[in-house]
Ligand binder design. Structure first.
Ligand code: XBP
Ligand code: MG
Length: 232
């Protein structure tokens, strides 16, 4: 049994990308009078870029009506990203992003068994706070002792930084930890930090290849349910 379980957030805890961030990005475009919209398929392509602001800047490179590269483009990306995160918090507060199957059960099992819980994500801290408060209440940090977010780890997945920082915070070695991810970028980040990783594919990565994963499945609850004893 691992001593620590490190969770990715987007796509792993909940289907936040399709049903949360994507919709919130579109609300931000609309609020600023921009005709840009990210449909489900286009957003899936853009997801290879981790980080919401980075994703915006990437998309602007192929848009003729985006400001020229430089301070104006950077400022627009920043404003859109801030508005997106606010809209995302509103979506979460409306209870529109439930936990994926088995997430709460496995977290409770870790608590009961004394397995440490941590988060390693490339999303902004405000997004984690909003989502986790909605799922585990305002004292969610009593459950997840170490929380590494975009602000802590500017080098985004597949870079291993978020995971190496999580290990340091937990005070465990890579061999003593286990990671849960939904995407190839996330899996590569965990593996690059030397951590064994299981994959619960989210909608956007249903057909992706996950070489190097301990196991790959559609959720934590489908039979046989993924328990602590089965992780490794
Ligand atoms: C999540 C991301 C994030 C979210 C949006 O990756 O890449 O960018 O899409 O959040 P992971 P921000 O699941 O690997 O953590 O807008 O705050 O970046
Ligand atoms: Mg993810």
């Amino acid at each position: 049994m691992p001593r620590a379980l490190i969770w990715d957030v987007d796509g792993t805890i909940a289907e936040t990308e399709r049903d949360g961030h994507r919709i919130a990005f579109n609300q931000a475009f609309e609020a600023l009078g921009l005709p840009w919209r990210w449909n489900v398929a286009l957003y899936g392509e853009l997801l290879h870029v981790t980080g919401g602001r980075e994703r915006l800047l990437h998309d602007m490179r192929s848009r003729g009506d985006a400001p020229a590269p430089g301070p104006a483009r950077d400022a627009l990306a920043l404003e859109l990203h801030q508005r997106k995160n606010k809209a995302y918090a509103d979506i979460v507060a409306q209870g529109r992003l439930p936990a994926r199957h088995g997430v709460k059960r496995l977290v409770a099992e870790c608590q009961a068994a004394g397995v440490k819980l941590a988060v390693a994500t490339t999303t902004s801290r405000s997004n984690v706070d909003a989502l986790f408060a909605s799922l585990w209440g305002v004292r969610w940090q009593d459950i997840f002792g170490v929380v590494i977010c975009a602000e802590d780890a500017p080098a985004k997945k597949p870079d291993p930084l978020a995971y190496t920082l999580a290990l340091r915070g937990l005070g465990v070695t890579a061999e003593e930890a286990f990671a849960l991810e939904d995407s190839p970028n996330g899996l590569h980040a965990a593996r690059a930090a030397g951590i064994a990783c299981g994959v619960t594919r989210s909608v956007y990565f249903a057909d992706a290849a996950f070489e190097g994963a301990c196991w790959v499945r559609d959720d934590l609850d489908s039979a046989p349910a993924m328990t602590l004893a089965r992780l490794l």
